[in-house]
Design a binder for this molecule. Structure first.
Ligand code: HEC
Ligand code: HEC
Length: 234
């Protein structure tokens, strides 16, 4: 080996070690803050705590199931989940990197106030309030259970399989429901969501998406009202 080829081999080796991380496994946190293989840093869109960005339409990732996030990255990489904005990023990561970054986001605490949100499910709802009614009661005339029944009271998410809806951008929620209507997202566990989404009208999709997007604010208002009422009684 000439000195020059030896030194380039050393440089390649060093680069490989840096990209693979000290333990040889990819570092999910590093991918989120710096990107990898030309994929941009996730935090520029999904936020420093994985909290998402409603104004930009970027969903929260923090605290979701690791296998769920990994499956979504896989689906966006292979095109079965159509996402013009995520496809190149998901494809740039190799499977070990997708797993590592998914596990990193799963390990972050959810950024929604689960207690306050869950309390919203106790408030009375008028049937004319389409979004809130679908979320808390469903539409039994067409076999649509209440969204909260699977996604938890206040849409806070349940376990690893039922993702959080509260506070996700309205355009994002509506986009996912329409993707299931149009076969642009894999059916997921037991095909539960295509069954729900294909039974919703366009107006219902808009209403329920706006409801969940606005729920953190609604939850704050209801909590403040409850405090005022409690104060007045004393
Ligand atoms: C340019 C902004 C941008 C960057 C950078 C970005 N994302 Fe995304 N991401 C989005 C958008 C927008 C969506 C919603 C998908 C859609 O609407 O098609 C999304 C969706 C996702 C989802 C699906 C979430 C769900 O609830 O199903 C995952 C997982 C994800 N991104 C992970 C990542 C990871 C990991 C990185 C970094 C390697 C990353 N994203 C970088 C914009 C971005
Ligand atoms: C019978 C259970 C069930 C019901 C009822 C249900 N969901 Fe879901 N939902 C799921 C499951 C499971 C997933 C995860 C799908 C996957 O892994 O691809 C999901 C995922 C979603 C997602 C994607 C979230 C993300 O981060 O990308 C949205 C949006 C959604 N549901 C909205 C709703 C709405 C709105 C309703 C009520 C009209 C509803 N769901 C009712 C089980 C349910």
């Amino acid at each position: 080996m000439t000195p020059r080829s030896l030194s380039s081999a050393l440089i390649l080796g060093a680069l490989y070690a840096a990209s693979a991380g000290a333990q040889g496994a990819p570092d999910g946190k590093q991918i989120s803050t710096q990107g990898a293989n030309g994929a941009p840093a996730c935090m520029t869109c999904h936020g420093a705590r994985g909290e998402g960005n409603p104004a930009g339409g970027f969903p929260q990732l923090a605290g979701m199931g690791g296998p769920y996030l990994e499956e979504q990255l896989e689906a966006m990489a292979n095109g079965s989940r159509v996402s013009p904005i995520m496809a190149a990023t998901a494809k740039a990561l190799d499977p070990a990197q997708r797993k590592a970054v998914a596990e990193y986001y799963a390990s972050l605490p959810s950024t929604v106030d689960t207690d306050k949100l869950a309390a919203t499910a106790m408030h009375p709802v008028a049937p004319s309030d389409t979004g809130a009614w679908l979320a808390t009661r469903g539409a039994w005339d067409k076999n649509v259970p209440a969204c909260n029944q699977c996604h938890g009271p206040g849409g806070i998410g349940v376990g690893a399989n039922f993702p959080v809806l509260a506070g996700q951008p309205a355009a994002y929620i509506a986009g996912q429901l329409r993707a299931w209507q149009q076969g642009q997202r894999p059916p997921g566990p037991l095909g539960l969501m295509p069954a729900v989404a294909t039974r919703l009208s366009s107006a219902e999709i808009d209403a329920v998406s706006a409801y969940y997007a606005g729920l953190p604010k609604t939850a704050d208002q209801l909590a403040a009202q409850a405090n005022t009422t409690a104060g007045a009684k004393q």
